[in-house]
Design a protein around this ligand. Structure first.
Ligand code: S3P
Length: 447
């Protein structure tokens, strides 16, 4: 693949009305659940990014007829819980942790053997968090050393998984979803208890497909989701809202640059995803939600952001899981806010597409920001413009590429970001939209 560098010119005012692509988490799940349901599922607003396309292709390789995507429209002819076919080669999940971890849950319940592989970044990410509960349910899975991909899953045959009452060691929607999806194939009632609420798209969508998931609040933080194995899903229509995690880059951009005024339309506002809005508002951002309504079981709204001066804060721990993908760009916002911002309780950031604590600390320090990485977060003394130009490495991580692009708004000179083709995993139209609203960013291809 050709290397793509972003050359980001300093400054800019963010104005306009835009729509960002479909939600990545919901797009993955629409294919997975559509494939194992009975009857056809139609999807609109599907994210045509490399990650969700990897999921789509994997199900085609298991014999599922899928038409599209064509301008975000996809039609899936569901084969039912037991209708998947053995793929004739390893299934390549590319850069996507969500695809690998959720599909491991589905594949653990099949009667054929298969292998899940990924790119250089995914091949270094921990999978023990899903192989532990799956093995406890009776699945046979081999990994590379240290519990890393590839995952070799041995077919367990009809209904031989055992239900589990699993207490998650970390707040992870991917682990919760993996356990619930394996639970579809298990005898009895499977439950996942999470230490803090995480995105609940799997539970919402299963209910939407007519498969009952019961979620209950255990205390102020813990949530438990349960389902009975052996039921059936019925195909339906899914309207995917715009991804709040992609919108986050534009919210941040308008929040940090003087005189900005931006509307981002039709953004998914699921309460388990809105940490970015809450954190920006605590920092003093002027954000209003307009035209709030619901599409297919998920709340959406237009997000209106106008520039206002920002101040550093201690980020409340209960918001960490609700903004888990937004910290790269929140670190950039913190660098522009006056005073100190402190993040703790976010050690999960170290095992994302890159070590987002170290990589963002290095990137911000390279442009002259006072950013101190800690074991589970970061301390940033903000309020100044970046001091110098630099060449930043994205470390195969789309959110680093996009976050450091936004850093250009308060930079004194050009920022160059190396290795940006990865932006296509979640946000293929990022460059076009960021230039449309008022930044000057050029993509330079090198073969
Ligand atoms: C996701 C869950 C999150 C998030 C990832 C997508 C999902 O991961 O970081 O980008 O779709 O379930 P964890 O659940 O591991 O925190």
């Amino acid at each position: 693949m050709a290397n793509v560098k972003f050359k980001v010119q300093p400054g800019g005012t963010i104005k306009g009305r835009i729509r960002v692509p479909g939600d990545k988490s919901i797009s993955h799940r629409s294919i997975m659940l559509g494939a194992i349901s009975e009857g056809a599922t139609t999807v609109t607003g599907f994210l045509e990014g490399d990650d969700s396309l990897a999921t789509l292709k994997a199900f085609q390789e298991m014999g599922v007829q899928i038409e599209g995507p064509n301008k975000g429209n996809v039609t899936i002819q569901g084969v039912g819980l037991k209708g998947l076919k053995k793929p004739n080669k390893p299934l390549d999940m590319g850069n996507s942790g969500t695809a690998m971890r959720l599909m491991a849950g589905i594949l653990a319940g099949q009667d054929f053997d298969c292998e899940l592989i990924g790119d250089a970044s995914l091949s270094k990410r921990p999978m023990k968090r899903v192989t532990d509960p799956l093995r406890a349910m009776g699945a046979q899975i081999e990994t590379a050393e240290g519990g890393m991909p590839p995952l070799k899953i041995t077919g367990t045959g009809d209904g031989s998984l055992t239900a589990i009452d699993y207490v998650l060691p970390m707040a992870s929607a991917q682990v919760k979803s993996c356990v619930l999806l394996a639970g579809l194939y298990a005898k009895g009632r499977t439950c996942a208890l999470e230490p803090a609420p995480t995105r609940d798209h799997t539970e919402r969508m299963l209910n939407g497909f007519g498969y009952e998931v019961i979620s209950e609040k255990i205390d102020s933080q813990q949530m438990k989701a349960c389902l009975m194995g052996g039921g059936k899903l019925t195909g339906r229509h899914i309207d995917v809202p715009s991804d709040i995690s992609s919108a986050a880059f534009f919210m941040a951009a308008a929040a940090v640059s003087k005189d900005s005024d931006l509307v981002i339309e039709h953004v998914g506002m699921n309460p388990t995803r809105v940490g970015i809005v809450n954190i920006l508002q605590l920092m003093g951002a002027d954000i209003t939600l307009e035209n709030a309504h619901e599409v297919g079981g998920e709340p959406v709204a237009d997000v209106h952001v106008r520039y206002a001066p920002l101040k550093g804060i201690n980020i409340p721990k209960e918001l960490v899981a609700l903004a888990i993908d937004e910290f790269p760009v929140l670190f950039v916002v913190a660098a522009s806010a006056s005073g100190k911002t402190v993040l703790t309780g976010a050690e999960e950031l170290r095992v994302k597409e890159s070590d987002r604590i170290q990589v963002m600390a290095d990137a911000l320090q390279a442009v002259g920001v006072d950013a101190l990485p800690t074991e589970d977060g970061m301390v940033i003394n903000g309020g100044i413009q970046t001091k110098q130009s630099a060449v930043i490495q994205s470390h195969h991580d789309h959110r680093i590429s996009m976050a450091m692009t936004i850093a250009g708004l308060n930079a004194v000179s050009e920022i160059v970001i190396d290795d940006c083709a990865n932006v296509n995993t979640s946000f293929p139209t990022f460059l076009e939209l960021i230039n449309q609203v008022g930044m000057q960013v050029e993509a330079v291809k090198e073969s």
